[in-house]
Design a binder for this molecule. Sequence first.
Ligand SMILES: Cc1cc2nc3c(=O)[nH]c(=O)nc-3n(C[C@H](O)[C@H](O)[C@H](O)COP(=O)(O)OP(=O)(O)OC[C@H]3O[C@@H](n4cnc5c(N)ncnc54)[C@H](O)[C@@H]3O)c2cc1C
Length: 470
Amino acid sequence: MSSTHAETPSRVVIIGGGPGGYESALVARQLGAEVTIVDRDGLGGSAVLTDCVPSKTLIATAELMAEMQEAHELGIGFRDAEGDPATARVDLKGVNERVKRLAEQQSADIARRVEREGVRVLPGLGRLDGPGTVVAATPDGGEERLEADAVLVATGASPRVLPTAMPDGERILTWEQVYDLDETPSELIVVGSGVTGAEFASAYQSLGIPVTLVSSRDRVLPGEDADAAQVLEDVLRRRGMTVLSRSRMQSVTRDGDVVTVTLSDGRKVTGSHCVLALGSIPNTAGIGLEEAGVILKDGGFINVDRVSRTSARGVYAAGDCTGVLMLASVAAMQGRIAMWHFLGDAVQPLNLSNVASNVFTAPEIATVGASQRAIDAGEIQAETVMLPLRGNPRAKMQGVTDGFVKLFCRPGIGIVVGGVVVGPRASELIHPVALAVAESLTADQLAQAFTVYPSMSGSVAEAARRLHQF
Ligand SMILES: Cc1cc2nc3c(=O)[nH]c(=O)nc-3n(C[C@H](O)[C@H](O)[C@H](O)COP(=O)(O)OP(=O)(O)OC[C@H]3O[C@@H](n4cnc5c(N)ncnc54)[C@H](O)[C@@H]3O)c2cc1C
């Protein structure tokens, strides 16, 4: 380990042990600081314990189920012991046990790693007492005061709940509560068609559960590429999902085993369970932020600059509590940048134009760089090509009919500025496009690299070839 402050180590206190917190702790230790993380729920944060890791583990099972449902296309049939046609059934209790086990193991792995690096982990609820002091309320009812040269606030966010749709943890559920389900819902209603709502609706549908998706907007995934969202919505409907567009939820109530979602126009939708995906609110209330001089934005998010500084000297913030871009990868990068900046290492301000992200639906939707919306609005000049995957030889072999590769490049110079991939494992296929965007490669350079024949990535190279300019 290198140390820039060997004689009097800087004292860094981090509130929150999610990716924003623990990744910055590792950087701060690497640069020689004395580091304490105050965390109330377990290392890994919501990302590992309730959000990202559990949902992607559930989706891993859903993907396998979806493949089995379409296996007949590839000549596979299932028979029961008597030789009659059979369909695979999900054991949701078993799936949920696996999800929770995996999340806990991942949290324990992270705790071991940070402790091995010399980070002190203090279980408890942290709050600022002025800009340079953190007070931790520990589980034994005690309190510990920690003086700090720098504080990083990385307290994350929590599911938004409405008084007219209060979760009961049994049939009306936030995304954090779904893993406690022991029984398989007979009819699931998902409220909210942003990324989280779309992912859960798609996953439970793949698990064989009838799903109704309640969306207040014209189409699902209003924040994503419109062509990609259209493909997804078509696939979800074709597989039997009821998608209620322009349908605003007014209330969710429960009567025994029946859950009723009442829409603002008076329509009612009934089901056995309801998952609420109404967005997130930052965990920034009541922890001494404003009293310490930290300015909050609308909605309670912490205002930060591109090196994660807040308005209070020595107080940095990272991750979902800043609302910059609610992704684990961005939280981690904001946290690292804060520590590089505070501890005097080389630092590049946060650059959101290179962030690759993925919606883990079936099919997946991966994006990086410039968006179609920005191009259509004239904010960015770009040539566009969109290539359906169904023409790809590997896609044909695998029975893949839905999806596309879309690339954007600068007119004249041909530099790739963004792209969208819709298809199975789009999260993996986006990487060459992300590399091209990060390194300012031209479409010709992207096209010239060999791709394996036959492969889905052949469509990325083919799309780039179609952008050749002469
Ligand atoms: C369902 C779902 C799926 C997602 N999937 C993905 C994905 O696939 N990929 C991706 O990149 N992102 C995903 N995200 C987003 C990702 O989970 C967040 O961006 C990420 O968790 C943000 O990390 P963070 O460190 O800011 O906060 P968190 O992970 O929320 O961690 C914050 C921690 O701080 C603790 N804390 C809060 N207040 C205090 C306090 N006062 N004192 C002590 N501790 C405190 C919390 O208990 C928590 O442990 C998903 C989100 C949701 C809701």
